[in-house]
Design a protein around this ligand. Structure first.
Ligand code: HSE
Length: 429
């Protein structure tokens, strides 16, 4: 078989890793696919910029068409990021009969379905393993490894920045602002951390996971999102007292034919497998009806980890080329989308409120919970913080989201409740 020519779109952190792996693992690649693999052209913004990797300058171009329209290029690897222009490039590449590997979760979460349709029309592969969980082979784990099973639940720590921040807040008792600043200085958090800390990055990844895991086309807009910017070190400390660890959890659950997908700061009981995932690491917990509990753990970002997933996709494309089955492996969703109503979404909740410290207040609070049929699993009353007030922390038994929102509204309307300080979903093992 002739050598396989790659066109690389982008030579940043991940692109550099791809070049390194293709070079350093050439023997392994040859053994896997039976032919040499070479990078023929690389699209960059500035062909004169100094690079951290040894590259023949003749490979660099600032013209996308040098790759997209080159008849000799078999596979386009997209590691440049971006959405609209990048989507146009990939559609052009697919229409030229080129297979595509992308690490771009933003693009796949928003336009994955359209791109996969174009790929299948043109008999091309479009693989995107690196888009979720960096180096963790979670997408193949879901699609191939668990192909025979019916997945009912996925819970993911799929954003390294927020896991790093929450880990430091938990272990060192420091504030969100302080840890975020340090994470930015160390390069763990972006200068503009909004999409990470507000949960959007995780929501995009959960869109991809839920679509594949539930075989149902889930849109980004279907994911209920809240981030970690309002989480306080006090919340984390009180949670700890009750045996919980705070994590930003992407939660996808199927009951019957209906699903829910969300991203929210969540208290996990200390014995939950995800509670011990520290720092910038990612993990996805998957529950299948047959297999039971599984967990996929590893680095969610970084040059070589992400590049390893990209190059593994490349290997899959070339193996398909050898047996002539490109464009046939993407399975279209089996089920029409059916989302749960709020009244069908159940959870336990942690609630922290500041109340007037006087006789009968607790009775008023419990009356509201009883009215909506929700009982308590744990109660903690804290010493008086401000004059004649005290803080109460409650952990509820399972409540529907609808009922819980009614409860919150009625509590806010109660004159004895001075403030609803925070509330989080709780998941116990
Ligand atoms: N910003 C992402 C994170 C990088 O913090 O996990 C990987 O998608």
């Amino acid at each position: 078989m002739k050598s396989i020519s790659i066109g690389l779109l982008g030579l940043g952190t991940v692109g550099t890793g791809v070049v390194q792996i293709i070079k350093n693992h050439q023997d392994k690649l040859m053994h896997q696919v039976g032919c040499p693999v070479e990078v023929k052209k690389i699209l960059v913004q500035n062909v004169h910029k100094k690079r951290s990797v040894d590259i023949d300058p003749g490979l660099l171009t600032d013209q996308a068409d040098d790759i997209l329209l080159d008849q000799d290029i078999d596979v386009v690897i997209e590691v440049m990021g971006g959405i609209e222009t990048t989507k146009d490039y990939l559609i052009t590449a697919l229409r030229q009969g080129k297979h595509v590997v992308t690490a771009n979760k933003d693009l796949m979460a928003l336009h994955g379905s359209e791109l996969l349709t174009v790929a299948s029309e043109y008999g091309c592969d479009l693989f995107y393993e690196a888009s979720v969980g960096g180096g963790i082979p979670i997408l193949r784990g879901l699609v191939d490894g668990l192909a025979s099973d019916r997945i009912t639940q996925m819970m993911g720590i799929v954003n390294g920045t927020t896991n790093y921040i929450l880990t430091k807040m938990t272990n060192e008792g420091r504030s969100y602002d302080e840890v975020l600043k340090e994470a930015q200085e160390l390069g763990f958090a972006e200068a503009d951390p909004t999409s990470d800390v507000e949960g959007l990055d995780a929501a995009r990844k959960m869109t991809i996971l839920a679509t594949l895991g539930f075989s149902m086309h889930i849109d980004l807009a279907d994911v209920q999102v809240s981030g970690i910017s309002k989480v306080t070190d006090e919340d984390i400390r009180y949670g700890k007292k009750l045996g919980y660890t705070m994590k930003l959890i992407g939660y996808a659950h199927r009951e019957g034919e209906k699903v829910e997908v969300s991203v929210a700061p969540t208290f996990l009981s200390h014995n939950h497998p995800l509670a011990s995932v520290q720092n910038e690491f990612n993990a996805v917990y998957v529950y299948g009806e047959a297999v039971g509990e599984t967990m996929f753990y590893g680095p969610g970002a970084g040059s070589l980890p992400t590049a390893s997933a990209v190059v593994s996709d490349l290997v899959a494309v070339i193996k398909n080329l050898r047996i002539g089955v490109n464009g046939k492996s993407a399975v279209s969703p089996q089920y029409p989308k059916q989302l749960k109503e709020d009244s069908e979404k159940y959870s336990k909740y942690f609630l922290r409120i500041r109340v007037q410290d006087e006789v009968g207040v607790f009775a008023e609070i419990t009356t509201i919970f009883a009215k909506f049929g929700v009982s308590f699993e744990e109660i903690l009353q804290l010493p008086v913080k401000e004059h004649e007030t005290s803080e109460i922390i409650l952990v509820t038994h399972r409540a529907s989201l609808t009922n819980y929102e009614h409860i919150l509204q009625e509590l806010r309307d109660l004159s004895a409740v001075k403030e609803v300080k925070s509330t989080y979903r709780v998941v116990r093992k």
